[in-house]
Ligand binder design. Sequence first.
Ligand code: BGC
Length: 759
Amino acid sequence: MKKYILFIIVLFSSGFLAIGQNSEILSSVKNVETKVDSVLALMTLEEKVGQLVQYNGSWDLTGPASNLDAKQKEENLKNGLVGSMLNVLSVEATTEAQKLVMENSRLKIPLLFGYDVIHGYTTIFPVPLAETASWDMEAAEESARIAALESAAHGVNWTFSPMIDVSRDARWGRIMEGSGEDPYLTSMVAVAKIKGYQGKDLSHPHTIAATAKHFAGYGLAEAGRDYNTVHIGENELHNTVLPPFKAAAEAGVATFMNSFNDIDGTPATGHKVLQRDILKGDWDWNGFIVSDWASISEMIDHGFARDKKHAAEIAIKAGSDMDMEGGAYETSLVQLVEESKVDEALIDDAVKRVLRVKFKMGLFEDPYRYSNAETLKNISFEDHRKASRDIAKKSIVLLKNENGLLPISSSVKNIAVIGPLANDKDSPIGNWRGQGEANSAVSVVEGIRKAVGTDVNVNYAKGADLGMGERSFLMPLKINETDTSGFAEAVEVAKNSEVVVMVLGEDAFQTGEGRSQVNIGLAGVQQELLEEIYKVNKNIILVLINGRPMEISWAAENLPAITVAWQLGTESGNAIADVLFGKYNPSGKLPVSFPRAVGQEPLYYNQKNTGRPYSDQHVTFSGYTDSPKDALYPFGFGLSYTTFEYGEPQLSAKEMNENETLEVRLSVTNTGNVAGKEIVQLYIRDLVASTTRPVKELKAFEIIELAPGETKNVQFKVDETMLQFYTANRKWESEAGEFEILTGSNSRDLKKSIFSLNN
Ligand code: BGC
């Protein structure tokens, strides 16, 4: 691959500009900031604004431009008026696009190539919500590392991931794309993902830049309806929404993306307090913020900007640095500066942020660093599949297991595998599937057949269709299947089998962007099918393939065994078989509450107590008259093939001072017959505070492995920082007083101890 150098350096002493130096001279300018300043000093206003423009690249770069718009875009690239592109995929396409800039533009500032690499590029891993169910941060980092390597090998050097919007509403389709309802767990995943994508050195050709998105509040869209308004106050913003973003900023994430929603009356894209004051000010973060797709110009629809020019003015002042395919910056920013409506210093700051990332990525040394066909040749996709299977099996959550139905005994010789998703090779790939091929997952039927060999009869019947019609990222779904003609065959198969594995749930495109639903139960005739099968065989193991928490109250009440297998990616069926036959003892825990009924949404464990928490004597308390108020399966819940007994939490002291550390010790014993993994959780409740506080908040967890009969003492350290929150003083601090320490295996079944923090 030909090496390209940015031949630019400013000789400060003489103010003389030398273009045409070599890379040694360039790298001799040690400090990134000096390099950034030296490039900025060369730029015209038009070129500066160009760095803040991002184009979508889904037009044929290698062939003749298909329309005028594309031709104009190509011209703009040649003139150095574009800073980045998205959706340009492959070594050839990125090389081609980069060449337009490097061989034609005056300053030869390389492009960034962004793409939504959400849970894998070619090898597809569990969707983020599923992966979070593993609570395994090494796994989260590893899948990001692999996704980065595969992306980089295709010329993509920037992912719009991780999505770290705390999301508490199962109706919201994008809940699959995040880490669920808890700010602490989401923060941990954020850091792991960023480490995985960015590695230690952003300029390494196997790492890519990450994006913390969507800043902020997007996951709390009212009524779970995508893009909807977010009504939260300052307290909720700081205590619930911002912690994962702060963790991402501290972990050195290269970029942020703002969000489509308005928040308490201000669109996030035009939100100065969020972007300039908090992120770039208080947190002192020096990367750049890309808008969400056209979210700058969408401020017109919000009724917040009169036209594109006004939207551009609002956005740049509020701190949005790059305009993703919105056409607002490229048409208006130059004029706004010339008319003195926008201070050029704001443009300079945004451009410096973009250049800083490009320098850190080593693009000025070699703009083609990521467009190297050799990288692809050296990738072992086989190893990536192994990693995908390993992470997938860790992500499965066992919700119910009566009569020892699971793992399926080796004495079982006839297994029925029934359901519209049983032999579906596509749904497990999930939405936001990168370049994962359609129909490329191992199906459950395939996984089971492979696991049992020829010893066991695996009797498959589809039973029904999901009835989704034509499917793709943008197509609306018709979930209206009424055809029950396959039931009879499925019932026959169930009658003649000892055990029935029912594979039901969601199509890949029922979750994801724009996929909000008012119903979160089993779509189509799936529930009917399940009940028909139940009439003839009660030994049913429900395997849910899903991207969101689902309403499964009937199944929970009637079926002996339920596993949440989410959308697990490429190796889905193999990972499910590993769990069904006990090759892997399930260890996943829910990162999000499963409701009894959709009417409970938004539902989350870390809620406030209210003034009327509970009464079984009368109705005037904060609950429902037709349902218990708690989750069917709470956050942190997940069973194993063994059982664990928890001891009481023992505290090293009953009080602590601000600079002290308290130790919490508890014993956990494996009381069953097989080895198992357990995720031991620690929650804290601040009993009285200057603002109301959640009834409990996850503050630490540890994954332990225990042999049958083995006991381990788990030790947690609690320090003052873990007691901090955004107080009535509008800052992060702790307040003296009493705190509960709650330890156990999920957010509901906990043992309590109390201590106090002294003044
Ligand atoms: C989504 C973003 C995504 C962007 C680019 C938007 O519609 O909200 O999360 O990164 O598109 O594909």
